[in-house]
Design a protein around this ligand. Sequence first.
Ligand SMILES: Nc1ncnc2c1ncn2[C@@H]1O[C@H](COP(=O)(O)OP(=O)(O)OP(=O)(O)O)[C@@H](O)[C@H]1O
Ligand SMILES: [Mg+2]
Length: 404
Amino acid sequence: MIMRCFSCINTPRKRLTYEDQRLFDPDSPSYLYTPDGKEKSPFGPAEQDRNNQNGVDILNSAQSFTFQELAVATRNFKESNLIGEGGFGKVYKGRLDNGQIVATKKLNLEDSLQGNQEFIVEVLMLSLLHHTNLVTLIGYCAEGDQRLLVYEYMPKGSLADHLFECESDKYVLEWNTRVKVAAGAARGLQYLHCVAKPPVIYRDLKSANILLDNEFNPKLSDFGLAKLGPVDDNSHVSTRVMGTYGYCAPEYAMTGKLTVKSDIFSFGVVLLEIVTGKKAFDVSKGQGHQSLAVWSRPYLKDRRKYTELVDSRLRGKFPTRSARHLIAVTSMCLNDEPHRRPSINDIVVALDYLANECVSPQTASSTAKSTPTRFSPLTPEHKVNPRSPLKLFQKDNSPKKIHR
Ligand SMILES: Nc1ncnc2c1ncn2[C@@H]1O[C@H](COP(=O)(O)OP(=O)(O)OP(=O)(O)O)[C@@H](O)[C@H]1O
Ligand SMILES: [Mg+2]
């Protein structure tokens, strides 16, 4: 079936316009238009200025491809070019005629209704949102029944690939890299929650959607499930419960009320995967052990047990202090009460602090053996800096509260 209303995006090389986006917009017509019908930007003034200053039209960044162009780029979707497969369809590595290497996701049309809606949201979101920790959408194809998305190629695949799909027993993602990935992913989420106006609730935060470049810089991907956050006095948007099992916040699963704090819970589950190297939900495990968030509760409640959570494949090669802090943040994100979960701003400060600590030569060489388990006293900098990670580490940093 040819989607008549999308004829505007079938023209080769035609670029996305405001008019196209209005067509894309699934259920939030007020998003791009003010009450008097004038166009408005989904970004705050700072973001607008930045884009205007650079002379870059952020809305004209996604390119329309013909099916033929993408078939050529992927050598007719050759099996050897297949780099992954998810619920949306297969992902192929390809080379565009300008030489650029890309990842092309080919929509599986079996569930065309939901797939098409997710395709539209993905194109809309990634055409509007630009950040170093979000994957770049290079373009799309909406020719006839075909729906394809063309992304920048992320050479190291997904975080999930590195945590769970290691072919060699010898390969294990080292601690410092895990912290670096966590901090970068948090910055991507911070952009969605705090810079985009209105905020964007990601809804599908999971390790399979955190893609990695050659230096393990993470980028969030898959915005097909993303929702525009509440505006004005509303604290939540009601929506059909969607997402991936194991990552979903309990209150969202029960009520369908979606807030930015639902994403914080999912981020907590990702942190838990990063720390433990275990999957958020593992059907191969017995009852009571399948959900990582449930299984980890006794460990997260007792700080003496924190380091027992750390991936045993690291063989103790991690800085204890860093692990304790990361697990403390994880525990806060997984709080059952959404309002008790930290904001993404606080999480970013805490994780950046840990990531910087990891890259300093002093810490990089430290291991469980060489790192003192007792926390060092607070530096004067901690006391004066209002955005200090102390805010999140407070309990954990206080020597008198450490149980032994
Ligand atoms: N831009 C990209 N660059 C490199 N590899 C990618 C890219 N996008 C996806 N992949 C690879 O393809 C795999 C499948 O991705 P996809 O987003 O289709 O599924 P998923 O996120 O695992 O699950 P689902 O989409 O069903 O929630 C990823 O795990 C990753 O290895
Ligand atoms: Mg994905």
